[in-house]
Design a protein around this ligand. Structure first.
Ligand code: GDP
Ligand code: CA
Length: 326
């Protein structure tokens, strides 16, 4: 059995812990196709937040409280950069984390594609699943906003001028509290799926859409040309797991992202945004939380199960429920 998982960062990583446990129990193979829309260059280093969340979490090196970055992290380099007044100051890189970015950047600059670099980094972390970036190419999520570039504590609510800022600036610096018109995936017109991605989707017995942010984690994966079509044509079933429980994201600001799209922050809203595979959308099945059991998504099989990823056993039970839906 081959399970493919479309994933973002923290939600995707935690979900993958359950997928891996399930796969180990039944002898299945797992491929994670991970969002690269959050990737950015900082202080000359290439940072891939979602790939790193997946790698550190599955490799046992993630900070369990923060959810991102390395456990037992220290911040000496960050404070030294601040002493120089080096921008940007709104994104902190931890000392341990920086080693990952140094290795990655060196390999990329030497000409290795991102999927090969990801594989090399995984040799250390042994994530237990195959981790693929959705694309080796630049595909960056930007937010089109008004009023950016002003004091972060008092962003003006409107100016006529619109400009695009990197998703990380929108999320980390402005905490999504800025007039936002839409998201764009820069580079999506020319990107191609990373080697192995289309083959994985084409050979999967089931594709699971992790309970990741639908707007800025899953949508950029689907924006890679050819990937959405491959999912529509995939021989296996496609089942999504709702990241929204009882009308709220469990953590993070997915509600702000959905608001930008004008999509209701609910299991039904996200399910309908993904849509039925029978009508050109993504899903055959949609797993929602028990409190959302009344959710209806046209032409999609909806089932309810406990969806809080409190520990590995609970997450594995979620995976089992999603697979039973097929
Ligand atoms: P990011 O890239 O680090 O923001 O992580 P993801 O996009 O992969 O996942 C973030 C999403 O995970 C959030 O928008 C939440 O809605 C969702 N999430 C977090 N914890 C849980 C949980 O325990 N259960 C479910 N169903 N969703 C969760
Ligand atoms: Ca992310």
């Amino acid at each position: 059995m081959h399970i493919v998982v479309l994933a973002g960062g923290i939600g995707g990583a935690r979900f993958l812990v359950g997928v891996r446990a399930y796969a180990r129990a039944v002898g299945a193979e797992v491929t994670a196709v991970v969002n690269v829309g959050d990737d950015l260059r900082l202080h000359g280093l290439k940072v891939c937040p979602d790939l790193d969340s997946v790698m550190y979490t599955l490799g046992g090196g993630a900070d369990p409280d923060r959810g991102w970055g390395r456990v037992a992290e220290t911040w000496t380099v960050k404070s030294e950069l601040a002493a120089y007044g080096a921008e940007p100051t709104w994104f902190g890189l931890g000392d341990r984390d920086i080693a990952t970015h140094l290795v990655r950047t060196t390999m990329l600059d030497a000409g290795y594609p991102l999927h090969a670099v990801t594989e090399a980094l995984a040799a250390r972390w042994q994530p237990g699943v195959r981790v693929l970036p959705a694309t080796d190419d630049r595909l960056e999520t930007h937010a089109v906003v008004s009023g950016a570039g002003h004091d972060v504590d008092a962003p003006p609510t409107s100016t006529a001028e619109q400009r695009a800022i990197h998703f990380q600036e929108w999320w980390v610096r402005y905490r999504a509290r800025i007039d936002t018109h839409r998201f764009v995936f820069v580079g999506a017109d020319t990107a191609t799926p990373a080697p192995g991605v289309l083959e994985a989707v084409g050979s999967a017995d089931v594709v699971l859409v992790a309970p990741s942010n639908p707007v800025v984690s899953i949508a950029p994966v689907l924006a890679v040309p050819g990937l959405r079509q491959a999912l529509v044509e995939a021989p296996g079933r496609v089942v999504g797991i709702s990241p929204i429980i009882g009308g709220a994201p469990v953590r993070g600001m997915a509600d702000r992202c959905l608001e930008v799209l004008g999509v209701e922050c609910s299991a039904a809203g996200v399910g309908r945004l993904y849509g039925s595979r029978r009508t050109g959308g993504l899903l055959d099945g949609w797993l929602v939380a028990e409190e959302d059991a009344a959710t209806v998504v046209p032409e999609v099989t909806v089932r309810a199960a406990p969806l809080r990823m409190t520990d590995e056993a609970a997450t594995t039970a979620m995976v089992r429920a999603a697979l039973e839906l097929t």
